[in-house]
Design a protein around this ligand. Sequence first.
Ligand SMILES: Nc1ncnc2c1ncn2[C@@H]1O[C@H](COP(=O)(O)OS(=O)(=O)O)[C@@H](OP(=O)(O)O)[C@H]1O
Length: 329
Amino acid sequence: ELTESPAVRSPASDDHLGSGWLQVRNGTVYTRNLAAEIKTDTIVGLAEPSAAGSAGPPETNLTKDWTATRRLPQAMIIGVKKGGTRALLEFLRLHPDIRALGSEPHFFDRHYARGLDWYRSMMPKALEGQIVMEKTPRYFVSAEAPERVHAMSRGVKLIVVVRDPVTRAISDYTQIISKTPNIPPFEGLVLTVVLSPPPPGQIDSQWSPLWIGLYAQHLERWLAWFPRHQIHLVSGETLISDPAGELARVQDFLGLQRIVTDKHFYFNKTKGFPCLKKPEGSSKPHCLGKTKGRTHASIRPAVVRRLRDFYRPHNQRFYRMVGQDFGWQ
Ligand SMILES: Nc1ncnc2c1ncn2[C@@H]1O[C@H](COP(=O)(O)OS(=O)(=O)O)[C@@H](OP(=O)(O)O)[C@H]1O
């Protein structure tokens, strides 16, 4: 039943445990017992064949039993929408010690009534020692999410990808208009018309694409429940210009070995973004889909300036709060 092989290959599907695979963890080669697993989901560990060990009967190589189970996440990407959350999750999935849910479960904002058992059942199966993750960017701005996440686990590690709020708002609007082409121009939504005095419009900070960018305001609610060191901020800009650098910091934050490195990325000139040389479960280079890295709607420079002025004090407060300057103009 047990397969032994010196060859190590990447998981062959989207699911790390979804097909036959071999993996090296702590110097031990683990191979999957496909036949047994259909019934039991048990992963059987084999000690790496040593000169002495290989002389004995195969059974003496059995050292560990690993059972893959569904667990609640120990780490989550909680925001922000259009920050680069999909890119970060896809990059993290390259790490053998991370098991991430591909879709956004929206448990803490929309589906909380379904209960933690439902939430757990959504998670991919993971071995002991692997970190289970999910990403739902809406959590960051959800009023209820911080307390609910805390009730699930006070030790959960939280990751927020932040991006210049002006660019983020335009990205958000670009997505909205792609789904609802008849909405008014960006300028008309940014400015609520007031009759007097000039300037003729006020920034409508309640309009969702602008409101999401008030990072300090949202983060404050999380800091009421979690210590600062449990929240890791990723620069959405650096995630594009230096993905390996950001990934190194995220892996450190998660207490993982730095396995995802610059060797995994290449810059695709046509796409204008970093792409993966070999994504999980494939041997072909891969970029994120068409909805990631879209050409933005073109916005009048005067409106962009108004927005920059609007966000400046909010950004400064955010930098002070997190002790990090993201350099947005
Ligand atoms: N490597 C790579 N490839 C493509 N796109 C990348 C990458 N890294 C970051 N980004 C930026 O991710 C932006 C989308 O953010 P999200 O994935 O958080 O969006 S969503 O909230 O899940 O809809 C997306 O926003 P737009 O450029 O506005 O489309 C990208 O700028």
